[in-house]
Design a protein around this ligand. Sequence first.
Ligand SMILES: [Ca+2]
Ligand SMILES: [Ca+2]
Length: 381
Amino acid sequence: MRLKYFALSFLIIAGMTYFSVTQRTAVPWFESSSSAFWSPSSFSRSVSQPAFDAISETLTAARSESENQKNSALKAIEETEAPLHFAPAAATHTWNFSGTGLKESEVSSYLQNTPPKAIYFFRGNELVPISAPLGYDGDLTQYLFVSDLNTIQDIQQQREAQAEQEQAAGQDAQAADRDSTDKDSLEKPLPENAFEVVSFTAGKRDDGSVLVPVNPNILQALQGPDYSLEPFNWRDDGEMRAHLSTILSFGHGGELVLKVSGQGYLKNKAGFDFALYENAFRTGSGLNVVQEFARVGVSNSLEEDFHWFPCDPLQNILSGCLGAVPTAEGGDQFDLTVVGLTEARYIKIQDLGINKNNTSRWPTEGCDLDAVRLFHAYTQE
Ligand SMILES: [Ca+2]
Ligand SMILES: [Ca+2]
């Protein structure tokens, strides 16, 4: 009897949730809380993990079925013996991961609620797109970006090669030195955090509202890097707020403009000139990284065009993206040589507006910038 009641309860929960997702008007009382219900933090508190996983899997499976199959599933819910018929559907995989090297279990939490248009898995030098199932009505503008270990290493090697090339050729650095021989004697180095916020235009949250940063003091949030591999309890509001206070989430399409403090400037010297740290993190396997990308540009004035580092994930170009390399593994390093500048005073960072994140009630959409470090910032004495 107990088993039967459990099965029935499961069925009712799955049924109501299914209705609320697919036919929102059918269960009006549920709609107001549906997004909160689906946030991992609130949901996992009220339902055990196995039940959560089972329901999630059932929903994911059911959503991708053809219309007829959906109707059959709905009919099954209404029937008393439904658990026996409905349960096997939970095992049906809706995204085709076969041959990609990526496991659905690693990214399953990103496929719930409003799933992405596609998963772009960067495997070595190859871009492996994983398309959403046919008939799937997820978000049509967002992509879930995931890179494997080799891709991260390739990005780091590409960047280092560019920096080494600069040292070997020495052209840009020497040109800069020639131009500033007199200036050199008058300039003094600035600390790595000698930057100011010129402007921040927050992007959108998944629900269309404008993101409000957890920490309104952006300059404070951008100190660090603070992100570490130390685990924290993301179900605890206090711990979560403390964690999010150390980063700046951009929101979809958000833009940040920084400048070197006072009359300071970044100089193209040998090696990397500045670094940005996004809180990209490894998935369960420890081999893959979930990424939210932003593009990065530099210039000497706000009036002139910005020079952009190469970043176009949809075309498999990641070497100049912010959000590629996890903070704990060195973050994203930038060299002015790549954009052909000898000096720069401004750094502009734009969230690409197409990043799928793990939706929750916290304002974490878009790229999350943890810290900025200027290696070659100078000012005139
Ligand atoms: Ca350099
Ligand atoms: Ca920080």
